[in-house]
Write a protein that binds this ligand. Sequence first.
Ligand SMILES: [Zn+2]
Length: 439
Amino acid sequence: MRTMRVPRQCVIVGGGTAGDVNHALKQSLAEHDRFNPMRSCSRLGRMSDLVLKNVRPWGAAATDIVIRGGRIAAIGPSNEAGEDYSGAIALPGLVEAHTHLDKNMLGMPYRPNEAGPSLIDKIENERRKKLEWRIDPERQSARQVVAGIARGTTHIRSFVDIDSAVGLSGLAGVMATREKFADACTIEIVAFPQSGLCVHEAAIPLMEEAMAQGADVVGGLDPCGVDRDPKRQLDIVFGLAEHYGRPVDIHLHEAGELGLFTLDLILERTEALSMQGKVTISHAFCLGHHDLGPVDAALTRIARNNVHLATTGSPSRPVPPLLKCVASGINVACGNDGIRDSWGPYGNGCMLERAMIVGLRNNLRRDEEIEFALRACTRGGAALMGISDYGLEAGRQADLFLVDGATPAEAVVSRPPRRLVLKAGRVVARDGAALVSAP
Ligand SMILES: [Zn+2]
């Protein structure tokens, strides 16, 4: 086997299930002066051809996976030499389909959360604190990306705040991280008007500039609850999407009948612009109100238009019912949303943990049910991001990880350190530690 071995001093961010990210990041800060993180990224080197011996794809019978030129060349018994992984489960790379890389506080001093209870309280608190606490989007996004890579994440869709307070600084920082880690993780950027578009009109030209500068997706946020002008906000968002030929991803926290009303406006525009498959509704709490008659009709229309849903499985809000959505033909993806930020102190970037939370929220107990949560954290996210060569099949890009467990469900509930993480055939993490570093 010709696996690239990376010098030990590059291995700085531990990713064990109960690992203390802050502790690991403090270590990384201590080591930062001794080497250049950019140089350590380049040490991943070229793609290696390798054979993963004695692994179980998605928990099936043990076999070998042959990787050549960054792709899965074959899955089956191989006479070629390779490292024996003693029956570890091979899973396609985890997909973090909804997060906010620009504003986590990983590795920064802990700040007690004193935000008010409403959504607007949290938005306004964040506008103040992001600047006061000097949250550097480039540094912080790198830290979260490295934490995710250590835990098997190979693809990330991240929102990046665009508003008059921060301008395009968040975009510049996350774009730098996207470039720096291009060999280790695919990062897609959503230009996100966190403070609103109609109530903060300065964000409108900034959103346009963000798309022109290289954001991949047009974001939106509670057209009624934040902007109080749903038709106008959605026309701006979909107008930008049409102009730049980009997908749309809208945070929809609005509950009950109000949320269903906004959903109707989103679907109306999806149909009018033939944007089937290119629209995501994040959170969609309104679909969690099982007692509302129009929910079933909304699910049917969402499926018909191939609109993706992204959920966190929020423990504190109504959430779209995972199994019912899947049975309705809807693609559901998952994300950690913001972690360790001014909105809340939780999270470590682990998408297996997110699968567990989604499982708990949806009362998934049987192994086959828990695997639906894992599918949402893998294939569901890949479909949302439009990754066509994703998956554990011959010919697909070798984005995968190995983890111990009797079944995929056990990997979700136990979340042991990832034994190996590959991105396009490159080893990017081993034994729970990323082989790339962050400042
Ligand atoms: Zn979010």
